[in-house]
Each structure stands twice: as C-alpha cells, then as structure tokens.
Design a protein around this ligand. Structure first.
Ligand code: GLN
Length: 485
C-alpha cells in the first residue's frame, strides 16, 4: 500500500477497496523493515495503531467516515501525545510520557487518522540536519550518507521513503520546508497562529508553527484543513476562519503575480537549484502567471536576527527543564544548585547548550539593547519589506535551500555553516508568513525544493499554486531508489 498518496488512500477507503487495518499493517511493516537504515522513527506504536485502524474501519463501515478516517500518519516527536513517550529527541525527555494531547494531535485524532509512531528530529528542533538528535542522525532516503535536513528530518524522511503518506512537523526557521526540500517532498509552514501551539514543545514561541509534510500539495491541503483553527488554549492562536483548502486547489492561476527577490539568488546558491527555480518560473508563466522583480533588501540580516531571537526565546523556554518538574534528574544531587546544573548538563546536548548560552548572553544586562532589542527592530524591518513586496504580488517564489542534501558530518563541526542552511527560510518565520516547499527538480540525483511564500492566512493560494505546478510536473512523484515499493 505504500506509495499511494493520502488522497488516493482516502478514495480507496471510501470505495471499500481496502481497509484501514490493511493500510496500517503495511505501513508498520515498512517502518520496521527500513527504520534500521533510516532511523526516522523514535517510537512506533503498532498495537495502538492497529486499534485505531480497527476503530476507523468500524466508522467507515457505519458510513460515518471523513476524508482522513483510517489514514496512517506519523507525528514529529515534539507534539505531546497523551500516554505516549514525547522526547523532543532529547535525553532530557527520554522517559517523558505526555500527560495530555497537543491540540493539533487531538484534531487529527478527531478526524480519524491513525498514529503509527513519532518521528526523529533535532533535539528541541534546533538544527538543520537532524544530526542533533539524542537518538542519532536520520538518513536521507535519496542517499543514506547524506542528511535529510532538519529539524523535522524524520517526518520528511518517512514520507520520502513512502513509509507513511503524510506526517506532522514544526517550523521555527525552516524545519518543515528545508527537510521537505532535501527529501523531495511537499512541506507547508502555515501563518503564525494558524495551527495551535498548545502541546507543541516550545523552542522559540514567537516563531514556532506546526504544519504538514506530504507527497503532494493536495495531501498537505487535506491535513492542514484538519490541523488548523482557533484554539483558546493557545494565546497566540488566530481566530481566523479556516478556508476550504481543497476547493482552492483547482483555481485558475492565469493572472497570478509572482514576485522574485534578486537577494535570494546569491553566490552561495548552487547553480542547478537556481536553474530549476528559473525553469519552474517559466512553466508558471506559460500557465498564465506573470513574474515580477521584488526587493527584500535586508535578507542578508535574517540569519543573525533569527539566531539572536530564537536563542533568546529558547533560553527562556528551556529553563523549565530543571530536574525538578520535567524530565531527566541527575542521580544523588548534593543541593539544589547541583540538581539544576547536573540535570541540565547531563540532559541537554551540545547544540541546545550553545543556544541557551547565546540566548542568555543576548538577554543579559548590558547586551540586551545591543543584541536582542536591535534584532527585534530588524525583525520589524524584515516583516515590513515582505509586506511591501506582497502588496505588489500574490506570491513570492525562491529556492528553499541554497544546496541539496549535504553529507552527514560535513557541517556539524561548524555551527555557522549549518546556520546558513536556513538562509532562505528564516525570514518567513520572522515575518510570521506562510510558505510551502515543493519538489522542483534534481541535481546529481538529489531533490531540489522551491519555496512559495504568501500573504498572511493565504495558505489556500499557496496550495493552489503548488497543486497547479504539480499538475504540470512529476518531480513529486519520484521515489528514492533504495526504497522502491
Ligand atoms: N535550523 C533552524 C534552527 O536550528 C530552524 C529550526 C526549526 O525550524 N525548528 O533554529
């Protein structure tokens, strides 16, 4: 059953051509067969999944099924799943069983999806290669010696290797879009506030946003429709109507105005990626869109601004892991300071510690104005530039990542080169905008991602453009060689 899209599985279930139990068994079998090589799952829940599948089959038999009833999904291990281990890929939470359900999870449960397992990720979602996981790195299904991207590397890998039709993920600075690009799948980061953050373990609260990873824009639309919506339990959740994303997919794109920022075509951008995006733009022009230059002049400041703000917020968010209330506690503490220091020293990995130290520094007296306040001012400048550009055009198209998947180990010793992997994605989070990454070509056998950025709450338009592009191309249908069905 692997290889089918979510939409195809939904149709087969509705036609009773197959049962959810059969689909789920095949997913579990595939997960068990390939997880040794790919390491994309931290946990698998076969018994629970089969129970949920059985329940879904009765709902289908009773004629009460929705489009997602009986569809298997995997969840990034950052979402709290009541009664199940939720580790955030950290030793700190290795034995943490979530006491409640994240809203996005509860919504997908209510829609009838089946949870197969929890996916691997960078510890606390900090990273761009999935090499910062307590559970070891994830491999890219297109070349197992290369990274899948991060931090949602496990979710992107599991969809790319056709283990699950779709997965949930989160994006603070690119963690849905960059791994989607590097693994050749479709990933959507919604507008800030579109998907509830309740029960999504916090990294940088003003930037974090959950969303779907799937094979196609159509599948992402199905998942997003169920995950989204106002949640009184999240103070930053937006009380904005959820559009019917499926209805919008087939809208005509004739007359669509696409902005292309020159600032994104930097010398670091690999030529085949630049060529692929240019070719995709020509195709969209042939379909009736027009391409216009737009300016985002402060793009080069987005990485420093992001790493000041994200680190500042993480240092505050992660102060809750103190050995008293959550997670890892050191053995035999001498006193309260020893308890704090050793529990945190033992529980967090190197990158998390680096971010906490940077964040504490930029928030400290004397440096706050110079770094944090300045970064906040520049954040507004970056947001205003996007707003001005989006007054002129409907969407902005850019590459998702400056390079294709890089070799495991090649950037891990050089944090700054790792941070530069997110050069085209972080400013979207700083502005709070929605953006989607879709497959747009290959370079030396590795997938290339194209990013489409839209105005606030215009996910429907992004999905529409992405879907129309996918009707004209087959990049999203290619399956990595080693994991053929
Ligand atoms: N790679 C970026 C970081 O390390 C973004 C991560 C994310 O989006 N969660 O912060």
């Amino acid at each position: 059953m692997s290889g089918y899209t979510l939409a195809e599985l939904s149709r087969l279930l509705r036609e009773r051509a197959i049962s959810s139990t059969e689909i789920v068994k095949s997913c579990l079998e595939r997960a068990e067969r390939h997880n040794g090589a790919l390491n994309c799952f931290i946990s698998l829940f076969p018994e629970h999944a089969l129970e949920q599948a059985k329940a879904a089959d009765s709902i289908i038999a009773a004629g009460k099924a929705g489009p997602l009833t009986g569809i298997p999904v995997a969840h990034k291990d950052i979402f709290c799943t009541a009664g199940f281990k939720t580790s955030c890929a950290s030793k700190m939470l290795d034995s943490f069983i979530a006491p409640y359900q994240a809203t996005a999870m509860a919504k997908l449960d209510a829609a009838g999806t089946v949870m197969i397992g929890k996916t691997n990720m960078d510890e606390f979602a900090m990273g761009s290669s999935n090499e910062n996981s307590f559970y070891g790195p994830v491999s890219n299904p297109w070349d197992t010696e290369r990274v899948p991207g991060g931090s949602s590397g496990g979710s992107a890998c599991a969809v790319s290797a056709r283990i699950v039709p779709a997965a949930t993920a989160t994006d603070t600075g690119g963690s849905i879009r960059q791994p989607a690009a590097l693994c050749g799948v479709t990933g959507l980061k919604p507008t800030y506030g579109r998907v509830s953050r309740y029960g999504m373990i916090a990294y940088a609260s003003s930037l974090d946003q959950g969303g779907p990873i799937a094979q196609t824009a159509q599948d992402a639309a199905m998942l997003l429709g169920s995950m989204s919506g106002f949640d009184p339990k999240d103070a930053t959740s937006a009380d904005v109507r959820v559009d019917n994303y499926l209805d919008a997919l087939n809208n005509d794109i004739r007359g669509l105005k696409i902005g292309v920022p020159r600032e994104y075509f930097t010398p670091e951008l690999e030529q085949p990626i630049s060529d692929a995006v240019t070719a995709a733009l020509s195709l969209l022009e042939q379909a009736g869109a027009s391409v216009i230059d737009v300016e985002l002049p402060h793009t080069d400041l987005s990485i420093p601004v992001y790493y000041v703000i994200a680190s500042a917020e993480c240092s505050s968010n992660l102060s809750r892991y103190d050995g008293v209330r959550f997670g890892h506690r050191c053995p035999e503490p001498k006193d309260i300071n020893d308890l704090f220091c050793r529990s945190r020293g033992e529980g967090f990995g190197d990158e998390v510690k680096r971010r906490i130290m940077i964040g504490t520094y930029v928030l400290s007296e004397g440096y706050y104005d110079a770094y944090y306040l300045k970064a906040q001012r520049l954040r507004r400048v970056l947001r205003d530039e996007f707003r001005a550009a989006l007054d002129l055009v409907d969407v902005i198209v850019t590459p998702t990542s400056p390079t294709t998947a890089f070799p495991l180990g090649s950037r891990i010793g050089d944090p700054v080169s790792m941070y530069l992997s997110d050069i085209f994605t972080v400013s979207v989070n700083l502005a709070g905008l929605p953006a989607i990454s879709i497959p747009a070509g290959f370079s030396a056998g590795l997938p290339i991602g194209m990013q489409i950025i839209g105005n606030y709450f215009q996910e429907a338009r992004l999905l529409n453009v992405a879907h129309q592009y996918q009707q004209m191309t087959d990049w999203h249908k290619r399956i990595p060689g080693g994991w053929q069905l």
